[in-house]
Write a protein that binds this ligand. Structure first.
Ligand SMILES: Cc1cc2nc3c(=O)[nH]c(=O)nc-3n(C[C@H](O)[C@H](O)[C@H](O)COP(=O)(O)O)c2cc1C
Length: 197
């Protein structure tokens, strides 16, 4: 799946049933449609077939937060990708700052400019055993966007130094990428309904 490039990174915060915070990055991640606004991340099963903390916690509490990652968060994000015991608070080991959420229990990451507070809608298990595929689908209950990225009523990504994952250890800093515009060709609507979204 490394050929799917670049992939955005969900920096997922969850809490366990005792309220202990957990952080981990997931690049099997995307946003879905807008009605309802939704996201999905894939915490594959561990080599022994057990769930990662970010899956166990999301299933136990029904909540998670996706924090978007910027280039200057990369190294601290990477620290949280180590397999820490469930009682280790990755906010502490990474030096990232917890910020209370408005609706859900998992805290947000203060250093991140965009947060999605989510409720678990469905967990789909496609595979068992090592690297078994699991999809955690969440409905976005509240979105937070840094005021500096909000211009004239919409998200203005110009100043957003998003981080993407290429494959393996390779990343791309979206601030360094060339951005170009392309207008869609105007085609008269077909009787089949093509052309509408
Ligand atoms: C940039 C990045 C992206 C990652 N993406 C995924 C992913 O999509 N799925 C996955 O299961 N693990 C992924 N990992 C590994 C997890 O972050 C790692 O297994 C982590 O320890 C899981 O933590 P948890 O047990 O606290 O949930 C990724 C690691 C990095 C550094």
């Amino acid at each position: 799946m490394c050929a799917v490039q670049p992939r955005p990174i969900a920096f997922v915060s969850t809490v366990d049933s005792l309220g202990r915070a957990n952080l981990a990055p997931f690049s099997f991640f995307t946003a879905g449609g807008a009605n309802p606004p939704s996201v999905v991340y894939c915490p594959v099963l561990r080599p022994d077939g057990t769930p990662k903390d970010s899956l166990a916690n999301a299933e136990a509490t029904g909540e998670f937060v996706v924090n978007m990652v910027t280039g200057d968060m990369a190294e601290r994000m990477n620290i949280t990708a180590s397999e820490f015991a469930p009682d280790v608070d990755e906010f502490v080991v990474s030096g990232l700052t917890p910020l209370p959420s408005r609706i859900v229990r998992p805290p947000r990451i203060a250093e991140s400019p965009v947060h999605f507070e989510c409720r678990v809608s469905k967990v789909i298990r496609l595979g068992d055993g090592p690297s078994g595929t699991v999809y955690v689908i969440g409905v976005v209950e509240m979105m937070h966007i840094d005021i500096g990225l909000w211009k004239e009523g919409s998200f203005e990504p110009g100043d957003f130094r998003g981080l993407g994952r290429m494959g393996g250890r390779e990343y791309v800093d979206l601030a360094e990428m060339e951005i170009f515009e392309m207008a869609r060709p105007k085609v008269a609507p077909q009787s089949s309904g093509e052309g509408s979204e």
